[in-house]
Design a protein around this ligand. Structure first.
Ligand SMILES: Cc1ncc(COP(=O)(O)O)c(C=O)c1O
Length: 395
């Protein structure tokens, strides 16, 4: 047989989803993958059932049902300060995942450079490869995950097509400040390039942190693609409904890629998503309260167990340093540490190297997701306490 595509040879399968599979086989608490272990709001599920019964069961308008695009436009004006036209500026996609790859496919020419902050959500690496973009990485440094402005400025050049921003951030929990986003905007304007911003954790914020959309900063609406989805805000990761907002000339390109990739996101679920976007502010307040409790509990648990951690300002992830535990656990690197943690304590995490283009940078880190019930996190606490006391736990 002739060789298969070089493109797909160059990236590995998702380590996050691999850890989930190992955890499912071994049994344990899955703090590896970012999906809730509690159910989605009842009234949104009811809206989906209603949409199916009302006959919304055929192909949708390929770039999104009008009702959902209108709901998105209203919500982003209210929450993000972004003005967009539902007819020309929004593409509804199969999750933020499709929105990102469709955007890159729509805007990148082979050899164009894209800037990615590192550590990064693991999809961005393969996304760059699939779109033919040349990634340039800019470090976010622990404990507070700041970048060095000089390093960022040096990453931009005449080949830069776009910078990818993810705020609140997976895996670090960083929330980009207004000042940082203004600094990035200046560079985008200077080098005439796009900002592609993944804001799917925009409602998951702690200790009064504020979410800023770069598209709301002066001069940026014309050069920003804002990506979002219902996966995290409404605990509906399996529905696969997301969107990209961009000025009409960019949207028309994204829509073409999207149409031929997937035709559309599931019709009845788009109608239920429109309902979800109309939920009152109290819904978002309750979501924050839930996650604030979960964050505080996991943070305390990891500190007690001997991990090096800093408090995330947003999203539902924590990167934990394993330096003080590695020797005791007999783990040479992050991968064996994650496997041992499943084996000895029944707790799944993601090896830190999966979030870096330079794997050695993540060798002493693992990532935990805390989008789990308090009862789940309490059980994790018991197991990690036993492990820290030198008594392996086989739950
Ligand atoms: C930063 C980020 N973007 C996108 C996704 C995937 O989003 P969706 O489920 O909408 O495809 C995830 C999932 O974990 C994520 O963390």
């Amino acid at each position: 047989m002739k060789p298969l595509a070089n493109l797909t040879e160059n990236f590995t399968e998702s380590v996050i989803r691999e850890m989930t599979r190992i955890c499912d086989v071994r049994g344990g608490y899955n703090l590896a993958q970012g999906f809730p272990d509690f159910d989605a709001p009842r009234e949104i599920k009811q809206a989906a059932i209603q949409a199916i019964q009302d006959g919304y069961n055929q192909y949708p308008v390929t770039f999104g049902e009008p009702e959902l695009r209108e709901a998105i436009a209203a919500k982003v004006w209210r929450y993000n300060g972004i003005r967009c036209a539902p007819e020309t500026d929004i593409t509804v996609t199969c999750g933020a995942t499709e929105a990102m790859i469709a955007t890159l496919k729509a805007v990148v020419n082979p050899g164009d450079e894209i800037i990615i902050f590192e550590p990064f959500y693991e999809n961005y690496g393969p996304d760059a490869i699939l779109s033919g973009a040349q990634p340039r990485f800019v470090s976010l440094r622990p404990p507070d995950w700041q970048y060095d402005p000089a390093e960022l400025a040096a990453a931009f050049n005449r080949h830069t097509k776009a910078v990818i921003i993810n705020t609140p951030n997976n895996p670090t929990g960083k929330v980009f400040s207004l000042k940082e986003l203004e600094e990035i905007s200046q560079l985008c304007l200077k080098w005439d390039c796009l900002a592609i911003t993944d804001e799917i954790y925009e409602h998951i914020l702690y200790d009064g942190a504020r979410h800023v959309s770069i598209a709301s900063i002066k001069g940026m609406a014309a050069r920003t693609v804002t990506i979002n989805s219902i996966s995290k805000t409404y605990s509906l990761t399996g529905w696969r409904v997301g969107w990209a907002i961009a000025p009409a000339p960019i949207t028309s390109r994204i829509r073409k890629v999207h149409d031929f990739l997937t035709v559309g996101a599931p019709t009845p679920l788009q109608h239920a998503a429109a309902f979800a976007l109309s939920l009152p502010d109290t819904y978002y307040e309750q979501l924050q309260t839930r996650y604030q409790q979960a964050r505080d509990l996991l943070f305390a648990t990891l500190q007690e167990a001997g991990f090096d951690v800093s408090l995330p300002q947003g999203s539902y992830y924590l990167i934990a340093g394993t330096e003080r535990l590695r020797g005791r656990m007999g783990a040479a690197d992050d991968f064996s540490f994650s496997l041992k943690l499943i084996d000895l304590a029944g707790v799944a995490s993601v090896p830190g190297s999966s979030f870096y283009a330079h794997p050695e940078k993540g060798k002493t880190q693992v990532r935990f997701a805390f989008c789990k019930r308090i009862e789940t996190l309490e059980k994790v606490r018991v197991n990690l306490k036993r492990l820290a006391a030198g008594a392996p736990t086989i739950p």
